[in-house]
Design a protein around this ligand. Structure first.
Ligand code: 9YW
Length: 426
């Protein structure tokens, strides 16, 4: 379904206004109140939203994020550019002492894939050429960090230390792995549930463990080696692995276009091969899809989540896996007139309105859609595009959408949804 041209033009104006209103000068907050800082993968997606109407601002979104890159190469999950007491936990709890305040973890590295799009689609070539020169070394630094620090044993599969790193905070995929994490022993006041109804947010038992991990990183002095050894939560997240893989390919494409060819790019190519040869570990022949892997209990994470479809985005689905995985996806889509929900509707932990346990997230659908196109599954790619657009028609630019009704779930006036509208759907 498509709405009238008039209605579409109106939605485009609303989407632009959402970004402009969430712009705090060089970076865009996901939404005011609930998320008042710069988030890593949000900013990458948001840059795509700026692109059609303000190219310099699109690039600036990415450079402001990269300005917080750690000396190690890590690009943090949140950059606390200014103070705000509407969010918890703030910089005092994270305890990072860098020039720019940030959290001590990262988020799915979709940035290089976005930069490739910016580079290809920016009309002002002088702008693109000048930006890319400084950005490529920063991206290389970040990707080397991922592979060296998050896969020090060269298994081919990087690890994540916190559900917030996955960007899919309370996904049922993390339930068992999180259960093994102790709870913190101090009192705290959450801020999220003063903005959004608790029925749409993670439970306290999850927050208690989220915060234990935050404390743990600080106690380890943010030392990657110590954290790798002792972190009670250590997961091969299939979403991060897939996004990183695609982003590394996109980064190498950028390097080739701009004549960067050195030991580091050779190393990244080797890493791509290593990951491709390790992916079978994440395939489950019972569910016919990919799952994350808990390296502490040595077992696959049980839940069937949309992350398990992201290997399409990475080109990491082999010939034998593609057909059964497409059947899973077809069945998934039969449950809703909208798009892919974050958890499969037949999964016992599916909750259609609770954050990453059911609602539809448009940027995840966009990545799955791109992957399906690459594999030639154009019918499914179109179906996901239409269903994603239907979410915006149903309730606007929300953080996410109720998996069955398309109603608002989470925050309103949300930047990445407006960006997906502007770049992809409207
Ligand atoms: C947090 C901002 C972020 C997103 C994540 C989402 C949520 C909460 O909000 O995280 O405190 O990091 O799960 O994907 O980047 O929109």
């Amino acid at each position: 379904m498509k709405v009238s041209d008039h209605k579409n033009a109106q939605l485009i104006e609303e989407a632009k206004a959402t970004l402009i209103n969430n712009d705090l000068g060089g970076y865009t907050v996901p939404t005011h109140g609930l998320y008042p800082f710069q988030w890593n993968w949000d900013s990458a997606i948001v840059a795509l939203g700026w692109l059609p109407f303000d190219e310099p601002r699109a690039w600036e979104e990415t450079t402001s994020l990269l300005s917080a890159q750690w000396q190690t190469g890590m690009v943090p999950h949140v950059v606390f550019h200014q103070q705000s007491d509407t969010y918890f936990p703030g910089p005092d709890i994270w305890g990072v002492k860098n020039e720019l305040d940030s959290t001590s973890i990262t988020q799915p590295p979709v940035l290089a894939s976005v930069i490739k799009i910016l580079y290809e689609e920016t009309k002002d070539r002088a702008l693109a050429d000048s930006q890319i020169k400084t950005i490529i070394p920063q991206l290389i630094h970040s990707h080397l960090w991922w592979y060296k620090h998050r896969d020090p044993e060269n298994t081919g599969l990087v690890v994540s230390y916190h559900p917030w790193e996955s960007g899919m905070d309370n996904s049922p995929a993390w339930d068992d792995a999180l259960e093994a994490v102790p709870c913190i022993d101090w009192e705290y006041t959450r801020r999220d549930t003063s903005h959004i109804d608790a029925s749409e947010r993670p439970h306290k038992k999850e927050y208690d463990r989220f915060l234990y991990l935050v404390d743990f990183f600080r106690k380890m002095n943010f030392d990657d080696t110590l954290i790798y050894q002792d972190c009670p939560y250590r997961v091969n997240d299939v979403s991060i692995i897939s996004i990183l893989h695609r982003a590394t390919k996109d980064l190498l494409w950028l390097c080739e276009k701009t004549g960067v060819d050195n030991e580091q790019t050779e190393y990244l190519k080797e890493r791509l091969n290593l990951t491709a040869s390790a992916m079978n570990k994440l395939w489950c022949a019972k569910t016919n899809m990919f799952h994350s892997f808990d390296t502490r209990s040595n077992s696959l994470c049980q839940a069937r989540t949309s992350a398990g479809l992201l290997p399409f985005f990475a080109g990491l689905v082999n010939e034998q896996q593609a057909t059964p995985l497409i059947s899973v996806l077809d069945n998934w889509l039969e449950h809703s007139q909208f798009a892919i929900s974050s958890t499969h509707p037949e999964d016992p932990n599916y909750e259609p309105q609770r954050y990453w346990r059911g609602p539809i997230w448009l940027h995840v659908n966009w990545m799955i859609m791109l992957g399906l196109k690459d594999y030639g599954f154009s019918t499914q790619a179109e179906r996901i595009t239409d269903g994603s657009r239907a979410c915006i028609y149903a309730s606007g630019f929300n953080e996410s959408f109720h998996a069955e009704t398309g109603a608002r779930s989470g925050g309103a006036d949300f930047s990445w949804t407006a960006a997906m509208g502007l770049y992809w759907l409207l």
